[in-house]
Every structure is written in C-alpha cells, then in structure tokens.
Design a protein around this ligand. Sequence first.
Ligand SMILES: [Zn+2]
Length: 395
Amino acid sequence: MKQTMWKLENSIKSYDWGSIDSLTLLFGIPNPMKQPMAEMWMGTHPLGCSIALNTKNQKIKLDELINQNPLETLGEKTFKNFHELPYLFKILAADKALSIQVHPTKEKAIQGFERENQLGIDINSPNRNYKDPNHKPELIYAITPFKAMNSFRPIDEILALFNQVNVTSLNDEIQQLQHNQNPEQLKIFFQSLLSLSTEQKQQAINELLNNIDSFVDEPYLTVKSLTKDYPNDIGLFMPLILNVIELQPGQAMFLYAETPHAYLQGTGLEVMACSDNVLRAGLTSKHIDISEVIKNTHFNSVPLKQLTTKPTINQNKIDFPIPVDDFKFEIIQSDNHLREEKVTSPQILLCLTGNITLETGSESLTITKGESVFIAYKAQYYRYKGQGVLAKAFN
Ligand SMILES: [Zn+2]
C-alpha cells in the first residue's frame, strides 16, 4: 500500500426528519431532487460505507481498503483493540425531532445481544433491541444553533414545571415524586408515564396542551413545536422532564450511555462508536420496549450547565475531551502557515469552511467545505495549509 490519504465519497441518508437545504447551504452538497438530507456518513458502517478515491480516481470501498491493509490503515493499537475503524463520523441536519432514546453500556449491549440471539429474534426484526454487542457513545458538535434534550432535570425543577402545567390526571404520580425526591422515585415516575393506557395518555396530553396554550417560554415552546409531528406521543412531556438545551455553533456535548436524549433541530457533526443499539422512549412511531428502556436508563439528574463539553484550546486546535476510547474529536483552524500534524490512529478530516491543502509524505490534495479525506495510520504525519476549518475524527 503506497497511498496513505484518500478523498472520500460519502453516502447521504434521506430520513424524513432531515433538512432539505441545510447540507447544500452549509456544505455545498447538491440536492437536485429536493429530498430531506438528514445525514452524511463518513466511515465503514455497512449501511453506508464511504468510497475512497485513489490518485487515479479509481474507487474502493473504505471497509475493503481497511480490510486489505488493516495494520497500515488502522495501526497496531486500533487493530488490536477494535479490528475495524472504531468510529462513525456524520454531518446531521435535523428539521424535525428525532426519537427520545437511550443507548446501553457496553456490558449490557453484550448481554442483550447474546440474549436476543439465543431467543432467535431476527437482527432485522422490529422488536430486536440489540443490533450488535457494542455501546454507542456520541458527541454532537453544533454547526448551527442546535436544539436537543439531554439528561434528567433536577427533580425540583421537574416538579416546578409539572406544578406550572397542572395536569390533574397525573396528580398521583406527581404527588409521589413530590414526597420522594430521589432517583428511584424518578424511575417510577418515568416508567408510569411510559406505561399510561392510550386513554390516560390522551387525557394527560390534552390537559397539557390546553394548560400551556398561552405560555410563550421554554420548555413549552418546545412542547408546542413537537405537537406538529407527534400530537399523541408521550414524548410531549419530556421537555418538562429532560433538560432542553440549545448548543451554540462551536459548542459540543457528549451523550453518555444510559442517558435519555433527543436531537430536536439544527445541523451538527456527530461522532460515535460503531453501533446501532438504540432503545426508544418517545417521539417515535416505532415500538417502545418499556422494560428494556428502564433497564438501560440511569435516573440521575444533571444540571443544564454541566451538559456542554469543556474544550481545551491548544494554539490553532480545539480538542473536545471524550471519556471513551472509541473516538476523539478536534477542530483545527488552518491559515496560510504550513503546519504539521502527527497521525497516531486512522483519521477522517472534514473541511467545514475554506480551502485546505493536505500533504502526506506521498501525496497532496486540496479539500473544500463538505469534502473529507481518510488518512491511514501509516502516513505518520501530514502537513496542511490554507484558510479554513477542519473537523478531525480519530481515536
Ligand atoms: Zn443517540
């Protein structure tokens, strides 16, 4: 393997919650059919593997390239620990809310995957919870203002909001939480909301929507905006229970295992471990497996101001510390000085703005906004120059 850097062609996912124009306006990605463009995937995931272009513009799937040269592309450490590219890097552009979800810990993913295999539940079956034996930690980095829900609010905050909306049909549940303000009771409260019968749920939602009709502040604006797409969904109560956060461009947050979250609106970069293990808890037309959701949810509260990741700035680089081994993430500001960057793991670089020229020992190419490259471990270093900003996923 002579080549060490490849420009990528990436697949676009047109899920119905995607934005029609965001990827075009921000990254120059054409959308002639005016379809929603929800995500662009950079990596080797079988449902959307990137294509690498060699210096003669010949195409090879990135997973084949890596499988044919595992040590040279991944390096010994990544190969030993993961046997594959351990992360998936995405641009995500949401116009509608995604489902409220939790992801299992690695340990519970291994157990759940094994259990469902033994039960003979087909991997593509709608009631299959565990698609693989891996955890799915995620980082979301905002390109535009990015609205999301993340983690339980402090219990006194939840109670204050429920008192404000005064949903009498939930009085018993609220009274119990009022008297026992602890994670165990929050679990019972959350579980009882998810377990309401269709009539009880509809009554509670009707009360909620009637009582907040004249409210013009958060989190009620979020509740109202969700009614358009999810008029009968128990997820309408979640903005009262989970923190509603709007990341500003350049801010990021890490989504821990067992933490309930939902992306609501905006464009961002997402880096995650290679996994599809999602347990849904609302804002979805899919089946909710309540007992699995509860088993995989950690009922501690996190105050809003603790949700964003505090980056470290090192000269022209902003590093977002990640508490897992599967991936790392950095923003690199490039200018007309030639700078050098070490390569200690397989990297994917995405150009966010400008034109940036990259040179490894063996090749050179220029990328512009929306374009990305894969750099093999074997490159050991690269140099870069040109006004612009790069986002770097590595591990
Ligand atoms: Zn998630």
